[in-house]
Write a protein that binds this ligand. Structure first.
Ligand SMILES: [Zn+2]
Length: 302
């Protein structure tokens, strides 16, 4: 055997092993996370507005992912539909709800949520909503992937809400027509806009209302240099985000919440909120960070 080839083989084997070892320790596949965000914020999904073909295409996409990842339908099916009227237009909205049975506290639920709807097409321009909120929905899939190897102690509901952009309607309907007893829902962990931050800051909102949540977000370590910051809940001088997304519907029912998000950026609710403008490394670290917080939550007796 040529020694050059021998050493090359040895080297390749070593690299292969290192990569595999690294993959074993990852909570989810990072490439898959990015791929789902890219797909759902592509023009083919037409901005995912409630009740439009793009919105319905997104529902099917989420159902397919939940099914493939072993997430069970929460009700008879994954879909929870409802109707509403806005400025004399009639809409049909559909939440997509799946669940994973807890190993130790199956009757107590943690709802991990992200809204999938966005602005749709306005004056012929598609608003793709990559950060808002394909980023949160794709993270739901990473959670499902994580749970396959790390089943949660509490039961987990993965909720992809519709009609958030119409005033948090999907989450309001969910808590108003709960499929599981509402008092069994112990916490909502909501993700809305988690894929970019020039300051490298991910905010955790909601610890103000429930002191015990504060320690959960301390000492979170990931390999990156992302900063997890508590605030934006009315106790500091920053904008109050208590009612800014679907976690508000849980808060109004006195269910503790933690909301993860970033500050508004120049592409917020603009047609330029595209995949090309997210920050992949920040996004990956943000999802790892949120999963690390979940682990802390799941250890508690909720
Ligand atoms: Zn949003």
């Amino acid at each position: 055997m040529n020694f050059k080839i021998f050493y090359f083989c040895l080297f390749s084997f070593f690299i292969f092993h290192c990569l595999n070892a690294q993959n074993d320790s990852l909570p989810f596949n990072e490439g898959t996370l990015l791929m789902h965000l890219k797909t759902m914020s592509s023009d083919a999904f037409e901005g995912r507005k409630t009740g439009t073909p793009g919105g319905i295409k997104t529902q099917k996409y989420i159902v397919n992912q939940f099914h493939a990842l072993g997430v069970l339908p929460l009700g008879k099916a994954y879909e929870q539909s409802f109707a509403f009227v806005e400025q004399s237009d009639h809409y049909k909205a559909t939440n997509i709800l799946g669940w994973i049975k807890g190993t130790e506290k199956p009757d107590n639920y943690i709802v991990i949520s992200a809204h999938y709807d966005h602005e749709g097409i306005l004056d012929g321009t598609i608003y793709n909503g990559a950060d808002d909120n394909a980023s949160g929905v794709s993270a739901l899939f990473s959670f499902a992937e994580y749970f396959k190897n790390n089943p949660p102690k509490h039961s987990v509901i993965l909720a992809a809400f519709d009609a958030e952009e119409f005033g948090l309607l999907g989450s309001k309907y969910f808590v108003g027509n709960s499929i599981v007893p509402l008092h069994k829902i112990k916490l909502n962990l909501n993700m809305d806009m988690i894929s970019r931050s020039d300051e490298n800051e991910l905010f955790a909102v909601g610890t103000r209302y429930h002191e015990h949540l504060k320690q959960l977000i301390l000492n979170i370590k990931t390999d990156g240099d992302i900063k997890l910051v508590a605030g934006h809940d009315g106790a500091d001088h920053k904008e109050n985000w208590t009612y800014s997304s679907d976690h508000a519907s849980f808060h109004q029912k006195n269910i503790p919440f933690l909301y993860f998000g970033v500050t508004d950026h120049k592409d917020y609710h603009e047609p330029t909120d595209d995949f090309e403008n997210i920050q992949p490394q920040f996004y990956i670290e943000a999802v790892k960070t949120i999963i690390a917080v979940f682990k802390n939550i799941d250890k508690l007796k909720l």
